[in-house]
Design a protein around this ligand. Sequence first.
Ligand code: BGP
Length: 493
Amino acid sequence: MFYQKLDEFPKNFLWGAASAAYQIEGAYQEDGKGLSIWDKYAHQKGNTFKDTNGDVAVDHYHHYKEDVALMAKMGLKAYRFSVSWSRIIPTGDGEVNKKGLQFYCNLINELRKNNIEPILTMYHWDLPLVLQEKYQGWEDKRTADAFLKYAKVLYTNFKDKVKYWVTFNEQNVFTSMGYRWGTHPPKVKDIKRMYKANHIINLANARAIKLFHEIVPNGMIGPSFGYGPVYSRTCDSNDVLASLNAADFNNNWWLDMYCRGKYPFFTYKVLDSLGIAPKVTDTDKRILEDPLAHPDFLGINYYHGGTVQQNRIEKPVKDKNEEHQFTKTDPYLMQPKGDKAQNPEVPMFNNVDNPYLKKTEWGWEIDSTGLRISLRQVYEKYQLPIMITENGLGAKDKVENGQINDDYRIKYLRDHILAMREAITDGVDLLGYCAWSFSDLLSWLNGYSKRYGFVYIDQNDNENGTLKRMPKKSFNWYKQVIKDNGSNINEEE
Ligand code: BGP
């Protein structure tokens, strides 16, 4: 749908950028910080790209003032960062480390001094290692209890300084990678354990939100979900049905729980019949269905969606013309064939490539309209304000004559900001946009070859860069977008 004239971005729109503690801070053993599961995982050979780790990262811990000064120079209105739980409570559920708290207090004060709204993420994947070793991490409800204790420390210390809070970053991603595909800590490959851990995280999320509403009545809280719209490969109604199944399995499984306190009936029934659904007790239901335990806004991290067709793996394709290439996400490529309980989606839908979309160097589809679709779908279904808490392009940036000309990133961001403006014109209530990422940072599994920032940082996979900060071309471009409140991004271009 095209408009003669697009609506303006709201006056107080939060033009922001994001980061995560493990990917930027470094100082992994400084000032009393405990180890996290990522500290251990990245130190084990072969787990990450070229064995890169966050020991130093881009040393934001020591450069935070310089980094905030650059944010201010850019005119950033909001900055999303995460707190490292093991910096605050090194043993996960023991004593509070005052120096850890002080670091975030300093950072928040520095942001406020520069009129930058802090958006605080409580959990961006770096669980204190002690909790993994003592309780088996998220597979035990005592980790949820520990999270509540940690949440209370954050709420009481920062309730007057921080308005926007994010509970869990991409619960769908870190549970799948950590417990199903075995590519993140704790490196488990068992879908039943994934659903169990995920359920305990749902309880932690709901309890933390409820507590927030008691302690920080004027704040807003919600999870950041990794959302991807699902497309049907054809207009064959069986493919369309498969796309409904996939949306349920990939998105509703988490979003329905956050906003309604219930798993979607269809997917639950399938998982239950395979003996892998999580048990939901009456006490769980009371916690999860309590409206005070539901979010005030939804954080959406948007990179790409997916395309599916009806089950052709189990039902052989007869017509040769119908054959297609399966993508890397094909569940049969990632799991041993034949084990139905480990591959519950196979009968429901099969992932295929989308011939209409180009991909990044890492094979992620580029689909700005998908962002508008996502915003529409999520807003329509849950009627909550949305904040885009991540969106960006990973690329191999090059420094040439002291400059980084990342025109490709500008194009990517421009297209996505336009999609956002169109969604606002459609009627979506959008609070803000946090591009991933403010500065370059450590990619969990891609080291420093995949960069996202507006600010280049001289760091490399051997961690011996100078750490010099250099604004890229996109830095000045985004500065202008913020200055114009996005009015220069419109459909005519
Ligand atoms: C999201 C994570 C971020 C960030 C981003 C880019 O899933 O929340 O922390 O890493 O993806 O990911 P990558 O570095 O793998 O390209």
